[in-house]
Ligand binder design. Structure first.
Ligand code: AHM
Ligand code: MG
Length: 335
């Protein structure tokens, strides 16, 4: 039987054999994975652990927080603050950045996360996940400020997510393709289960919240209209639709079998560029998708090239199978 490769061994080899990651980054990724294991356990307990339902609080974007949003956020902070690999963290669930306390050594990395993506699915027992992104602290910046986090996604040094579904799967890139690790619950470790993940360039599956159709902009409406016309329409093929309402689960499907995911700008809140967050959701997912041969744009620009102006900035997201993303993007340029 082929030998199982644990996440620990994979990361050691990325560091030692391939020289792809420094030891501090390896440690950081191990710690994030350990935190994801704890979050996975809390998610699995569900009602038995008293973790379902809402907390009596809202996050900085005015969204009601679930108990598990807060638990996952705390698990990630507690796991990462003392190891010496980080300078600061930022989370979708915290108003401002979290500096590593002075009593711990300071590292050179910045960690960003959406502790529990797809919160609306927690109580109904549908897949949810943790999304994370790692940046380097800018050189010569002694005290970290929010400005140090405002780096384009192309500068990420590691990104990934952990999906808590029928299996718990950690998906990771350090800029050398995408690998997937499945949690072996008996052993308590993540085991490499897919390497060199590739998204097919074409697809017959789209993911979008169709209930917002009347609010969409013309290019998105045109693309979906053409898909819905199926074999008789200009695309000459029938399309299927999926919408899980957990980006992490929708992106996982796309990395597994292809597809296109869209959460575009719409007219409900015209002053917001989109619903999803650039730094906690769009950037890490876009890098994973690109590393797997797919594409990610906001309709007009590659997401990874967007210079963030604010930590909690939102963005329109179109990502997945390359030819479909290029098609939707080209419809925007014809406006
Ligand atoms: P969250 O981070 O608060 O869970 O919100 C993000 C989620 C995405 O995972 C998902 O794609 C989207 O919101 C679903 O939104 P909607 O309920 O509008 O379809
Ligand atoms: Mg989210």
């Amino acid at each position: 039987m082929a030998q199982k490769i644990s996440l620990t061994r994979y990361l050691v080899e990325q560091q030692r054999v391939d020289g792809l990651i420094p030891s501090q980054l390896r440690l950081l990724l191990e710690v994030v994975a350990r935190a994801c294991k704890s979050i996975s356990q809390a998610v699995n307990k569900g009602a038995l652990g008293g973790v379902l339902g809402s907390a009596d609080s809202e996050n900085v974007q005015g969204e009601v927080q679930k108990k598990l949003d807060i638990i996952a956020n705390e698990v990630l902070i507690e796991a990462n603050e003392w190891g010496g690999h980080l300078a600061a963290m930022a989370s979708e669930e915290m108003d401002s950045i979290y500096l590593v306390p002075n009593r711990y050594p300071q590292g050179e990395y910045l960690l960003l996360f959406d502790p529990l993506d797809g919160s609306s699915n927690i109580d109904v027992n549908v897949s949810i996940g943790t999304i994370f992104s790692v940046l380097k602290k800018p050189e010569g910046s002694p005290a970290v400020t929010e400005k140090d986090f405002l780096q384009a996604g192309a500068r990420q040094v590691a990104a990934g997510y952990c999906v808590y579904g029928p299996q718990t799967t950690l998906v990771l890139t350090v800029g050398d393709g995408v690998s997937m690790f499945t949690l072996d619950r008996e052993q308590g470790s993540f085991v490499l289960t897919h390497e060199n993940v590739k998204i097919p360039e074409d697809t017959k599956e789209f993911a979008i919240n169709m209930s917002n159709m009347r609010h969409w902009d013309e290019p998105v409406r045109r693309y979906i209209d053409e898909c819905l016309l199926g074999q008789e329409g200009p695309r000459g093929k029938d399309f299927n639709m999926r919408w899980i309402a957990s980006m992490v689960a929708d992106v996982h499907r796309i990395l597994t079998r292809g597809g296109i995911f869209m959460y575009p700008w719409d007219k409900r809140e015209p002053n917001k560029p989109g619903k999803l967050r650039l730094m906690y959701e769009a950037n890490p997912m876009s890098w994973l998708v690109e590393q797997a041969g797919g594409a990610a744009t906001n309709g007009r620009q590659r997401i990874l090239d967007i210079q963030p102006g604010q930590l909690h900035e939102r963005v329109s997201v179109i990502l997945g199978s390359k030819n479909e993303v290029e098609r939707v993007t080209s419809y925007h340029s014809k406006l």
